[in-house]
Design a binder for this molecule. Sequence first.
Ligand code: PHB
Length: 392
Amino acid sequence: MHRRSLPFPALALAAALAWAPVASHAQAPAGKVKVGFMLPYTGTYAALGTAIENGFRLYVQEQGGRLGGREVEYFKVDDESDPAKAPENASKLVKRDQVDVVVGTVHSGVQMGIVKVARENNTLLIIPNAGVDEATGPLCAPNIFRSSFSNWQPGYAMGQVVASRGLKRVVTLTWKYAAGEQSVKGFKEAFEAKGGKVVKELSLPFPNVEFQAQITEIASLKPDAVFVFFAGGGAVKFVKDWAAAGLKDKIPLFASGFLTDGTLEAQGAAAQGLETTLHYGDGLANARDKAFRLEYAKAYKLQPDVYAVQGYDAAQLLAAGAGAVKGDMTRKAEVYKAMEAARVDSPRGAFTLSKAHNPVQDFYLRKVDGRENKVSGVAVRALADPARGCRL
Ligand code: PHB
């Protein structure tokens, strides 16, 4: 504005600054791979965010702290599982920190904001949990990848299991947002195709944990079974309330595996015997999983859960991309191509990606036994999300 009044040294400085971005851009390939974690570090999903970050860092550490030959540098934002703040939080990583890749998040509503920012800026996005169907459906994109699942997948797998037990009338209960609604949709699709009927869909706002009204209504409806979606701190509370209400041995309770993953220590006796479907579980007994568990426990003095696996595999996916361009993340098309073709050697079992960039994977049936979600079988093998509306 006052350019004419600037003394000479200031002008020289201004000129130097004007050149700075060009210089740093030219040097970018020699720099670090910049990873931006956008995850919940507070609230009902806080433990899930931490497990994802732990898993991701573990894989990078196993590669000597490098991907594609470059050192990895981390940036972090706590998304608080708050959809309203999502676009601004994602922009901090993309615009301010200029990360090469956003790794986030857990909550499906927050994910929608990240997807928007990633699409607008052609920033590489790896979703390490949130199942929101749109991300690998109508909003699929060349730069958007997922190392986890779509909300439809575990619900669909459980729909098949419950139908195969000959149970006919089911009531569903979830938090009222995309994750719960879409997992009920997947459940219903499989369950009703095999002759079952969802007689009532109950919900409460996220992240409320006052379940009494819904539990009372379920008791009076007397369904053959109940299907729920809850996770994190809310899942702990629900499982305890369900048992305390005396329904544990009266009405069979089924869920996607998030209900009992990373939560068993806190749920204790109330969780024993619960059956769920998920793309991970205890007792898989493959060498990859054994090694992963050992290393994770050593590094963090904690047992890994599905979230840790998804974080670990997000790093494996990124490694496939970064490796193909020797760490030059500006070669975006080549990065995406290598990631698309990756076969991820996951602790859950190896998986590949669908055309929409969502894992095609086995869904296990698990049963809680002590502090384990013991795998009792495969509910659906190589289940691919239908990716409705994706044009890639
Ligand atoms: C989701 O919001 O998509 C979500 C959150 C927690 C889970 C699973 C899915 O455990």
